[in-house]
Design a protein around this ligand. Structure first.
Ligand code: NAI
Length: 327
């Protein structure tokens, strides 16, 4: 049988954590033959640590055959020790009266500390996924705080946007979501993201031709995908935790186990592709194989797409400029 791998999850007692940990432990993320050790991090606060204890009791009570160890931590330096996978979910939410700059600064502090801890103690091959918002900028900060780890090991979650776009396209075309290929989401995990179905096919047919409605793309599809998180909060009274956890599972599984040529979206440090400045943590269409992702190259960027990409890029570079002095 396989050697266990170490999976660190931060914000483990939160909403997303509750929807995520049981699926990691059951083998949905890394395969039904891969034993895992969970290294769970929460803030030192007594209430959070108690809540984490409760989650651990439930994990134990599932008697998952693949779950060979569970650890509770309040310090990233121990939580990330030798970790092979790190899912950084915990973040500082925006409080009442908090300005955007305060939010960026509070998170910059968290992700600087966590990036440094990963740099010091994680496996040299650690795969890092940042879920906590602002996800792209938090991932950028962690990456910049971990100079001894390869920059490519740091990623941000755009997969929820990708899955939301796929679901909207399936319902618009009346076809099954499983038939969709070659969907791309560019940019920031925020309402500025650009979900791009110009190259997509569903059951082998061109999505753009099937839909054939540019006004729908611009006025319905893009705003619906961009504001889906807010729509779920309005309906449920709580944020989209289960679909976020599902997207995190998809992201890590595809990165680790490969996509068989299928395009998925990951937020990754730019290598300059498509004119995005190097190191900007940007959503790109990628394929994964052998534990590595590769940007889909050679896609034509028309005028409308360029405009959308510029807008989401501007937001990201503004965020990064806003935290530069903290790095
Ligand atoms: P939550 O508030 O239920 O849980 C967050 C947990 O993180 C809390 O238990 C808190 O104690 C913990 N935490 C805070 N700072 C921490 C730190 N420095 N170290 C360790 N733990 C820490 O929030 P929820 O719903 O689980 O969401 C978590 C994050 O994910 C939020 O920032 C949210 O905005 C983001 N998110 C991102 C999505 C994406 O697509 N990238 C989608 C949905 C949510």
């Amino acid at each position: 049988s396989k050697k266990p791998v170490r999976v660190a999850v931060t914000g483990a007692a939160g909403q997303i954590g509750y929807a995520l940990l049981f699926r990691i432990a059951s083998g949905e993320m890394l395969g039904k033959d891969q034993p895992v050790i969970l290294q769970l991090l929460e803030i030192p606060d007594e209430k959070a640590q108690n809540a984490l204890k409760g989650v651990i009791m439930e994990l134990e009570d599932c008697a998952f055959p693949l779950l060979v160890g569970i650890e509770a931590h309040s310090d990233p330096m121990t939580a990330f020790k030798d970790t092979d996978y790190a899912l950084l979910v915990g973040a500082r939410p925006r409080g009442p009266g908090m300005e955007r700059a305060d939010l960026l600064a509070a998170n910059a502090q968290i992700f600087t500390v966590q990036g440094k801890a990963l740099n010091a103690v994680a496996s040299r091959n650690v795969k890092v996924l940042v879920v906590g918002n602002p996800a792209n900028t938090n991932a950028y900060i962690a990456m910049k705080s971990a100079p001894d780890l390869p920059a490519k090991n740091f990623t941000a979650m755009l997969r929820l946007d990708h899955n939301r776009a796929a679901s909207q396209i399936a319902s618009k075309t009346g076809k099954a979501v499983a038939g969709i290929e070659k969907l791309a989401v560019w940019g920031n995990h925020s309402p500025t993201m650009y979900a791009d179905y110009r190259f997509a096919t569903i059951d082998g047919q061109s999505v753009k031709t099937l839909i054939n409605d540019e006004a729908w793309n611009r006025d319905v599809f893009l705003p619906t995908v961009g504001k889906r998180g807010a729509a779920i909060i309005a309906a449920r009274g709580l944020s989209s935790a289960a679909s976020a956890a599902n997207a995190a599972i998809d992201h890590m599984r595809d990165w680790a186990l490969g996509t068989n040529g299928k395009w998925v979206t990951m937020g990754i440090p730019s290598d300059g592709s498509y004119g995005i400045p190097k190191d900007v943590m940007f959503g790109y269409p990628v394929t994964c194989e052998g534990g590595e992702y590769k940007i889909v190259q050679g896609l034509e960027i028309d005028a409308f797409s360029q405009e959308c990409i510029n807008k989401t890029l501007k937001e990201l570079t503004d965020e990064q400029d806003g935290v530069k002095h903290l790095l």
